[in-house]
Design a protein around this ligand. Sequence first.
Ligand SMILES: *Cc1c(COP(=O)(O)O)cnc(C)c1O
Length: 473
Amino acid sequence: MTTPAERLRDLGHRLVERLADHLEHAAAGELPVLAPADPARLADLLGDLPVEPPTDPGVCLDELVDRVLEHSNHVHHPGYVGHQVSPPLPEAAVVELMVALLNNGMAIYEMGQLQTVTEERLVAWLCERVGFGAASGGVLCHGGSLGNLTALLAARQAQLGGQVWSAGHGEAPAVLVSSQAHYCIARAAGVMGWGSEGAVPVATGADFRMDPADLPRALERARAAGRRPIAVVASSCTTATGSFDPLPTIADFARDHGLWLHVDGAHGASQVLSERHRAPLAGIERADSIVWDLHKLAGLPALSSAVLFRDVRHSAGAFAQDAAYLFDGDEPTELSHDLGRRTLECTKRAMGLVAWSCLQLVGTRAFVERIDRQVDLAGELHGLVVAAADFEAASVPASNILCFRHRPTSIEPGPELDRHQARLRRAVVDAGAYYLVQAELDGEAWLRVSLMNPATTRGELEGLLGELRRVAG
Ligand SMILES: *Cc1c(COP(=O)(O)O)cnc(C)c1O
């Protein structure tokens, strides 16, 4: 019988060899981005591997890895232009292996000392990048959806007081949020028991950005419906089109009406790292809370989301039964290093260690260059689309996301043009050279790309348009 150390050595070497080969093939585009298979068929394809876990060892690592690779969506393929999922750095993958083996979860400081301190350092660095001052801080959690819920729990605590925990809501709270916001905001309102009216939609204007002129009307609508609005949520940027809500105007409105300002920067907050592409985030330092996913534009593996607070005491307030003591006196409260007090999760992965290690190993410049490059690439695709007579863009990109559609002269906007986009997407994805997705904007179907992959070049973008024309026939 081999020892665990021997098994790790043997399996680890074999796995790394296999994955490195895979990375070469994927980056060279030598396999389909995705080999689509519906779940029933995929189960058949796995037929010789028993569905029920075997009593005794059933399969060797190489066989297992081959199956997994064959049926995965290959985000390192230059034709991968789909959802906002990054092709992670190899550094991140190997650090993840270490994190899994050490398994120092971090609810309790002693169960993850260095893991906690590196998370705290990372969070402090992120706070500095968004322009927060010395009183700021926050925590990492498993994903932007959970991060947005956490920030809104803190907003609720700050606006309504701690008795919500013990007594529930006396009045029905609400947040004002653009109609283009990620669905997790409405879901957070639902989770908190505010009902589906708890997320009050604010209209969007040009380029799908929040129209601040609709904010006072949304506030009135909420109040007229018997609601107590507690926060405005700005999207920086939106998921569908990468549009940035106008932060300075929204911040003025929140200040004038005593509302909490939360910025959902899950995707776009990474652009604060870029000199060239941070302009749409001007004013972000006025937020009370910000969510920033490191696993999107920053290129780290899922999941790693920062919830940042301009005043770190609100980070402790999110899950506190009684948070009032935190705000006694003028001295900043020394918060516990048991980070589990500030997250919905108890045990959590040492995601801060992964991000912090990658920054140590690679340096910040590579991150900045990657962000610059990917946002520039969306601009190039926009240029190609606008120059083409048979394509049109939904908006001018401010991030690395673009929605566009194929527009043959024979089809007017409407259900037929919508079906045309769906058909083109299906055919392109089935052909295997590209993976793109679809978005619904104002009830119409658009093709959507997120340019996450540094291996994707202008050549692939031209190829993608060519491929769409080819399948359009
Ligand atoms: C992706 C995204 C989310 C959800 O984040 P997850 O990490 O996938 O949970 C929330 N808001 C916006 C704007 C996003 O783009």
